[in-house]
Design a protein around this ligand. Structure first.
Ligand SMILES: Nc1ncnc2c1ncn2[C@@H]1O[C@H](COP(=O)(O)OP(=O)(O)O)[C@@H](O)[C@H]1O
Ligand SMILES: CC(=O)OP(=O)(O)O
Ligand SMILES: [Mg+2]
Length: 766
């Protein structure tokens, strides 16, 4: 049998096209082997078509060689696998260039080979299919036609035959826009002419002119442009954002010169003698070799209805590396901190801006924003917009970043490539996870285990998944619990029935791990030690506070447990108490709290211990500065604090409560330092203070170091600030007494940087 389908395929494919795009050298999508020449062997691949889809009579018809026959209607005639079977596909137009076989963009299958998208061919509108067997006509209806090819070459050949234009290359692009169809709307959402598109490059079999096609999905029509209609120079090319802009030559359609140019129906044909002289010679598109004499007929929908065409290339993780903007989001219990970085894969990110809303549990919430070294917003009250809510705080920050003209790296949401989110409880996850709408619910299941954090962080994640186009922005979850995966079994196990423990995943997880990871690396560097030889006791003291024993650079123990409630007291958390306390506290503590939601189930007891305890309960404030400020005035009452009969005035009473809180916090911290000192066999390189309080409160450091002085720790003789002050840009500084081991250090921990660094190094994020 002579495969008649070959009659239409006149040329061999020589694709020198888009693969050498200068605008995106590392990102070139070159799915077509430039040496590829179709042979009958390559095309003998079968394709399949489903009839009666989703009905009990559904049947898959295996199709062999094809032939395009006739006119009015032009038909694609398929031989089927059984003798006497024929499938006729009636083509909706006799004009080949009006046919637009449709394949997906690689984004629709992010991790597959982008070439594979060509295996699935469909059309945007129903076509008539007649299926005949020996018994007669089995099917004759308009259906959604979906071919599934076994080889990419087979699909390309069919597409070429249908269009009488050889499909020579394609790119996956995020958005195609023009002067009349902007890339984004006024909210920054990507609109464009077409989004998430596979642009295809065709060469007409007769004229050899080159065309590009894509589906303008916002207007639901196909666009076809003749490449010669665009300037040869690439205008406004923007390597960093992987954008090119092609300026149209001459006037737009509708102008006098153009309407007389002989383009039937405004088609994009190149029938003008003048255009035949031109060569499309930018290196982005292949040079047309002009053997032909005329236009093969243009699509009715084509034509230059624009002044320029802008194209933004996709960031397909399987084919691209490059630089990107990273937003690192740290939703703490009392604050939301967002840092902005530019980053290249595998390189340390470069910070360009940081913003935070603090005071979420101690209103009014305050916005601070710094771009580089410049303070753009100092202390703006944003309580009205935020109302104690983390996701509202994030929205305020995002708005601030986007509206800042001095931050050109983020003009629109689409400029953000990666958003890393600090997720406190990561269950058994031991590495960061890309989050999609589909995987989001895995994280939701952990909400109950970190009631002050996970639900809030996930609120922000949801906001980002919904608001940032998935084609431009990846969301990555970085877990606080991840660093503690190395805690040995005898330390992480609770002494309870192990079957129940396993079933319900009850064990010590530990948190602040992103911070401890940063602290470990920074301290090792500061001390000039190898990380795997570093032993430290680290204290992350913020609204949530914890201690960790780090042995050989890895987590050995930490004070938080199954949830962040265990261990040290925090702003609103009790820290460890006798577990029976809850039953004595009040009678209804086992009931669900009114604060419970559909997604978050929190009992009264959990709510009391997580949200109504800690300094808030003891001192009436969640701001530790307020507590340390009144210390000196409470000195007297500290000395008499057994004298209950004292008729103290209100101020003194408050000061005494602050003193009690401070002493209690110091006591609990020292308890962990002592325990970890023993646990590390006294081989400790340094005691490291970090977190909002650990970094900034001299009073707290002094009190702690004084109490643990018996273990050899001692502060600098001066004021405990490291010899009277420290370099403001320092990450780690020494506040210990000269010549004394172990050292006492302060580390300005940076959870946002740690997340951005992890993501920049992780191939999967790119
Ligand atoms: N100079 C200071 N002295 C004492 N406490 C401070 C100082 N500066 C900030 N803090 C406290 O640090 C805490 C916030 O720490 P941080 O680590 O930023 O919190 P979060 O838990 O929200 O991440 C607040 O309780 C704040 O009062
Ligand atoms: C785990 C935890 O308590 O985090 P934060 O200190 O940021 O609230
Ligand atoms: Mg924090």
């Amino acid at each position: 049998m002579a495969p008649s389908w070959r009659s239409g395929s006149s040329s061999s494919f020589t694709s020198s096209a888009l693969s050498a795009a200068p605008s995106h050298p590392q990102h070139a999508v070159s799915p077509v082997d430039s040496t590829f020449t179709p042979t009958s062997a390559a095309i003998s691949a079968l394709t399949a078509e489903k009839l009666f889809e989703r009905t009990p009579n559904e049947v898959t018809v295996y199709l062999g060689p094809w032939e395009i026959v006739g006119a009015n209607p032009r038909r694609l005639l398929w031989q089927c696998s059984y003798a006497g079977e024929v499938l006729e596909h009636f083509l909706p137009s006799d004009n080949p260039s009006e046919l637009f076989p449709h394949t997906l963009h690689a984004q629709h299958r992010r991790f597959g080979d982008p070439r594979e998208m060509e295996l699935y061919l469909s059309f945007q509108e129903p076509h008539r299919i007649r299926y005949t067997t020996r018994e007669g006509t089995v099917h004759d209806e308009y259906i959604e036609v979906k071919y599934e090819f076994t080889t990419i070459e087979g699909s390309m050949q069919l597409q070429s035959d249908l269009r009488n234009r050889d499909l020579i290359d394609w790119f996956d692009v995020d958005v195609v826009w023009s002067d009349t169809h902007r890339r984004t709307d006024s909210y920054g959402s990507v609109r464009g002419l077409g989004t998430i598109q596979r642009i295809k490059l065709w060469r007409d079999r007769y004229s050899t002119f080159h065309y590009l096609t894509f589906y303008a999905n916002h207007r639901r029509l196909w666009k076809e442009y003749l490449l010669d209609d665009f300037d040869r120079d690439l205008r406004q090319r923007d390597d960093r954002h992987k954008r090119v802009q092609l300026g149209a030559r001459g006037n737009r359609r509708g102008s006098a010169s153009e309407s007389s140019s002989g383009r039937g129906g405004g088609g994009g044909g190149s029938g003008r003698g003048q255009s035949r002289e031109r060569r499309f010679s930018t290196s982005i598109f292949s040079r047309s070799s002009r053997h032909g004499t005329g236009n093969s007929g243009a699509s009715a929908q084509s034509g230059l209805d624009i002044r320029y065409l802008g194209i933004q290339f996709s960031r397909n993780p399987s084919v691209q590396t490059g630089s990107d903007v990273i937003l690192s989001v740290n939703a703490g219990s009392s604050s939301v901190k967002v840092s902005v970085y530019t980053a290249e894969q595998g390189q340390s990110p470069t910070p360009i801006a940081e913003a935070q809303v603090s005071g979420l549990t101690a209103p009014p919430a305050i916005l601070k924003y710094k771009r580089g070294d410049e303070t753009v917003v100092k202390d703006r009250k944003v309580e009205d917009q935020v109302n104690g809510q983390q996701d509202a705080a994030f929205a305020v920050i995002l708005d601030t970043l986007i509206k800042d003209d001095g931050l050109p790296d983020i003009q629109h949401k689409t400029d953000v490539g990666i958003i890393c989110h600090r997720i406190v409880h990561g269950g058994d996850y031991t590495k960061p996870q890309l989050i999609s709408a589909e995987t989001y619910h895995h994280l939701e299941a952990l909400n109950d285990l970190a009631p002050l954090h996970n639900a809030n962080s996930l609120g922000i994640v949801r906001h980002c998944i919904e608001d940032f186009p998935s084609q431009s922005t990846r969301n990555v979850a970085c877990f606080d619990s991840q660093f503690h995966a190395t805690i040995p079994k005898h330390i992480r196990t609770y002494p309870i029935n192990q079957d129940v423990a396993r079933k319900n995943k009850l064990r010590k997880y530990g948190f602040h791990g992103i911070s401890y990871s940063f602290i470990t690396r920074a301290t090792a560097e500061f001390l000039g030690k190898k990380q795997d030889e570093l032993n430290i006791i680290a204290l992350h003291l913020g609204s949530g506070a914890s201690a960790a024993a780090i042995k050989g650079g890895k987590s050995w123990d930490t004070s938080m447990g199954l949830t962040p409630l265990a261990g040290l007291p925090g702003a609103t958390r009790s820290g460890s108490v006798d577990p029976s306390l809850v039953f004595h506290y009040a009678s209804d503590v086992g009931k669900l709290s009114p604060a419970s939601t559909k997604d978050l189930h929190i009992s009264r007891a959990e709510e009391i211990l997580n949200k109504q305890a800690g300094w808030k309960a003891l001192a009436g404030t969640t701001d530790f500065r307020v507590i340390t400020k009144s210390l000196s005035s409470s000195q007297g009452s500290r000395d008499n604090n057994n004298n209950d009969d004292d008729d103290e005035d209100g101020d003194n009473e408050t000061a005494r409560r602050h003193r009690l809180t401070f002493d209690l916090v110091v006591d609990r911290i020292c308890g962990f330092v002592g325990a970890y000192f023993v646990s590390l066999h006294g081989r400790v390189d340094a005691l490291v203070f970090a977190g909002g309080i650990g970094e900034r409160s001299d009073a707290l450091r002094e009190a702690v170091v004084e109490r643990v002085g018996c273990l050899g720790f001692a502060l600098d003789d001066g004021d405990g600030k490291g010899g009277g002050g420290q370099d403001p840009t320092a990450v780690v500084w020494d506040v210990g007494k000269r010549g004394v081991e172990p050292r006492v250090l302060v580390c300005q921990t940076d959870e946002q940087f740690e997340m951005a660094r992890t993501c920049a190094e992780d191939e999967e994020c790119w």
